[in-house]
Ligand binder design. Sequence first.
Ligand code: EPU
Length: 765
Amino acid sequence: MTLASEPDLRTLLTQERHRIHLVGVAGSGMSGIAALLLELGHEVSGSDKVGSIETERLVRLGLRFHLEHRAEDANDADLVIFSSAIRKENPILVSAQAAGKPLLRRAEALAAIMSGKRGIIIAGMHGKTTTSAMAAHVLREGGTHPSHYVGAEIPLLGSNAHWDLRGEYFVAEGDESDGTLRLFQPEHALILNIEEEHLDFYPDLAAIEAVFSQMMDQTTGSIFYCADDLHATRICGPRARSISFGFAPNADYRGTDIDLKDFASIFCVFRRGEKLGEAVLNVPGRHNVSNSLGVIAVATELGVPFEKIVTSLRRFEHARRRFEIKYESERFLLVDDYAHHPTEISATLTTAKSAGRNRVLTMFQPHRYSRTKALRREFGRAFDSADRVVVTDIYPASEAPLPGITGQTIADEITAHGHRGVSYQPRLDRLHCDLGNMIASGDLILSLGAGNIHEQLSILAADLVIAERLKAIVGEEGDVRLYEPLAKHTTLRVGGPAQFWVEPRSEAALADLIRYCRRENLPLFVIGRGSNLLVRDGGIRGVVVHPCGGEFDAVDVSGNEITAGVGAKLKQVAYAGKAASLGGLEWMEGIPGSVGGSLRMNAGAMGAQTFENVVRVRYLDGEGNAHTKTPAEMEINYRHVPSLDSNYAVSAVFRGTRSAPEEIARRLDESQEKRRTTQPSAKSAGCIFKNPKSGPAGKLVDELGLKNSRVGQARVSEVHGNFIINEGGATAAEVIELIEKIKESARTQRGVELETEVQIVGEEA
Ligand code: EPU
């Protein structure tokens, strides 16, 4: 069957009732068509490989939704409508074609539905969604009951599309990307701007202009165009019945005295030199003032009184993903925007800059290989207003990759243009970490792109909510950081990020943290100096607490006792002892860890171990309550103190014995000398394995001939077999693989089951 002629199609879609199937119904454009068809009384089914918020809403309105494309689900359809993202081989298309059913592209269906009303089409490269939503809203408030079709979810309008039986007008966003703009025969057209875009489809600007011109030839009423846009003015200006708007002195509807506030603008409106009055727009940016002048022009020409227009503009809210505020506090502002063309990016960044925060940090996901390639130079110049830019890889939409074109292409162009704050992060799922890691109080963080980058900003926003609560708990003196790389906090220098890095300065703050994490079900992990710790490359989820500074670092001597906070280094205890002529603690000189870490694992050296010197330990339990215990009241093993597994030590009292200063100095020298001569000085986590009953692990590794064996940048020390050293840039995965090799060798060759002394924590990358 051939396609029905246009009047037939209009009757079929707007006056009759049919069974209609939509292929690719979850997309923002297709779901709008489905909504219109349901409201027009059709029996509508649809298929897609994914569901969306829109499909959920449509199912409630009567859509039969299928989560795959199967020919039999569309067998009873009289008509099939398909998205341009659907391939020719799609089974529903193939079978509908074979059955001779009419097949319609999305834009054909929209044009036919729209022809059932007095159409107002909003077209242009940038700002269509916002402007068509604004036009539908203003006409609705003006009492004209317009129907609408907009390319995104519009909370203010209730849905992305609506057929209103009562009204005559139909406001639709016209898509220029695939030439289907020429299908429309509206009464009025509003042209926002025309420039080079979608060069995957059009050979050049002239081809783009030809499509706009044809659509305008088919427009029976007025052509509204932006007088500030060069190309729009050139092709629309000379037409009869054209009406201009913008800031240009000769614009028919002109905005002047524009006062751009953080998130609103106030401006004066003139019609052909006559002042209509003042308007307030509650969405930010000069470009939106221009868009609103277009809407004011249309609404005024359609007879909506200016006062009505002003009241409704004041109430207008943004479409989703159009400068959408995801999080706002005194310290941070997180904004998401759909901008993906260089012109849109500069406009959004200018708006962001004028929001009055300190810095603008941007994450950008390029959209389509073809656009990246065609506009690479323009992208290079688009980020001037951003203080930092992290570019991720390209969101392909339906495109196949182009050789040599990646997100790096754009990062390089921005750098070549002279920007100093650009980096490339190929992994989308790491973007929130990169940005979260660089934020400081006062920053505005912006996600830009038409793909799925907004999900990264949402993760950051959710984590920021928690980070701000944690900050309130630790107070001014404490510190909270997001996604702190743990490689910075381990002596082995490996490990991924801590979701929340928290440094409390007091026992009271630590107790509050424990209670908060328990209430919110957040895992809590305490880290000292990270000397016996191996953090996996995926980092640690939850709160990583590093008690340091303040009372945690205090070391006080009183009589024969030394009280030390868990943040102090164990060797400080040895030196405090020396200063007070207290001996027996010299072995501590050889331990690089903190008091907290040494307590937890009963660290030892020179044949001695921590708990031999401990008199009392003060700790907080899982509810944040403080206790003081003697070693006799605790369970203490070789390199493991089970009593501290689920409690959090805050300080300990050590006892020394009165000794001659020379004797203490001699023993400290001895310990130092032993360490210097038998242990490597390179980056390591101390001894990797506990000494098995059969003898020292280092000796065993040595005898197995595994010294100097390596995986990547991790190598067994040639000085001491129980040390693995990071030669620079080793990953946790490499270290763990090397550990497994050693264990395997000890098991098979000696029947010895080596057990790690280092604590291995965190998630795989
Ligand atoms: N040995 C070898 N080859 C080697 C390493 C050691 O033959 O590659 C021999 C040594 O010659 C010595 C014996 O093995 O006869 C024991 O070695 P070492 O004296 O170095 O002691 P260790 O048991 O390997 C322990 C602690 C260290 C601490 C030292 C010094 C354990 C697992 N390790 O090492 O602690 O610094 O004593 O007192 O108990 C740590 O816990 O992280 C740590 C480094």
